[in-house]
Design a protein around this ligand. Structure first.
Ligand code: SF4
Length: 174
């Protein structure tokens, strides 16, 4: 039986079009600072400029990384492979269905995006990023600019090192 083609718009694993090492260098240029924070705050106060800026972000990141505009970008911690292109949109590593050759359970002809993330991050010396724990996606941020959110500090706790803090508060049950 032939497998139906993925439905348009549904997430499918995406192999980034630019290298991880170049992306890390780019990130260093775009790292949050006072100037970017002021620019981001001004853009948020000007709806037309915000929309134009967000369009540029969407078009460029869609083409380079398969971005789906979740508005809370995980790329710097995943070897610049977008976890939102995982058909299950898993942000904390692959599901249990990855095939022994590293392909996706949902699209067996494609490489699992988390395998791609692992290959890219380790090759660029950022393998330890993959141990970070990501908070759940806030879908209210969908279609908003992740660059602006990042510059305004909204991503500060997007991913944490689970070894640096208890995962859950201890609740006494009487
Ligand atoms: S903003 Fe979200 S959807 Fe876009 S590349 Fe980053 S993680 Fe992926």
């Amino acid at each position: 039986m032939t497998k139906p083609a993925p439905r348009a718009g549904w997430p499918t694993p995406f192999r980034p079009r630019i290298s991880a090492s170049f992306s890390y260098r780019l990130h260093a240029i775009l790292a949050a600072n006072g100037l970017y924070r002021r620019v981001a705050a001004r853009l948020e106060r000007a709806p037309r400029a915000y929309r134009a800026f967000t369009t540029v972000e969407r078009v460029s990141k869609e083409r380079l990384y398969g971005c789906r505009m979740c508005g809370q970008c995980a790329l710097p911690t995943t070897g610049y492979a977008c976890p939102m292109t995982c058909p299950k949109q898993l942000r904390n590593g692959p599901c249990g269905g990855v095939s022994p050759d590293g392909n996706c359970e949902v699209h067996p002809e494609m490489r699992c995006v988390w395998v791609i993330a692992h290959e890219r991050a380790t090759a660029a010396g950022h393998g330890s990023d993959l141990g970070l724990l990501h908070r759940p996606v806030d879908h209210r941020e969908h279609s908003r600019s992740s660059w602006i959110n990042y510059w305004l500090g909204r991503d500060d706790e997007l991913a944490t090192d689970p070894r640096s803090r208890p995962l859950l508060p201890i609740v006494e049950v009487s």
